[in-house]
Design a protein around this ligand. Structure first.
Ligand code: URA
Length: 184
């Protein structure tokens, strides 16, 4: 385990633990505030993120920014990362072995940042962090506390691009986060 995010970033940049390393342009460790009280975890980089090396900079990220703005959360106060740090081909869901190969990096990031709240964006984040028995439809909007961290599963922003009716739930979930943040 490393003590600084920059050290993890250096290791991730050279990581060859799974096949996703073969097609990447850039690794995407995460971005934001290293002392954030809230951390958002997505699935994995898409084409834009792979090109730039930052999480959630494409369409889904822009939608997330709009929601943050509307609710009064700033991207500078949060930390955003993903289950896998390299883009899966054609943006497919990361395979179990790819997620498992990458998860120690995320655990190390959580250890350093020490967030009070972790927002799990979509099924991939939810299942890899809390377990296969969870599903986003049943779990979204409900707090789950484990080892002193409050987890809130919600829809992945890309799901809102496919189905606008999910936007209200997503906004309401972010409002829960904003409210909970008042306690810290
Ligand atoms: N989708 C994700 O899950 N993560 C990103 O960084 C971008 C899109």
């Amino acid at each position: 385990m490393y003590e600084k995010l920059e050290e993890i970033n250096e290791v991730v940049r050279n990581c060859t633990k799974c096949n996703l390393c073969k097609n990447r342009t850039n690794t995407v460790l995460g971005s934001g505030n290293e002392n954030a009280k809230v951390m958002f975890i997505g699935e994995g980089p898409g084409a834009d993120e792979d090109k730039i090396g930052e999480p959630f900079v494409g369409k889904a990220g822009k939608l997330m920014n709009q929601a943050f703005l509307g609710i009064g959360i700033s991207r500078e106060e949060v930390y955003i990362s993903n289950i896998v740090k390299c883009r899966p081909p054609n943006n497919r869901t990361p395979l179990k072995e790819e997620a498992e190969a990458c998860l120690d990096y995320l655990r190390n990031q959580v250890m350093i940042i020490k967030p009070k709240i972790i927002v799990l964006l979509g099924n991939t984040a939810l299942k890899n962090i809390l377990g296969e028995e969870y599903g986003i439809t049943a779990s979204r909007g409900k707090w789950i506390e484990k080892k002193g961290i409050k987890y809130l599963p919600t829809f992945h922003p890309a799901a809102l691009l496919r189905d606008e009716s999910k936007k209200i739930d997503f906004w309401n979930d972010l409002k829960l986060v904003k409210k909970e943040l008042e306690n810290y």
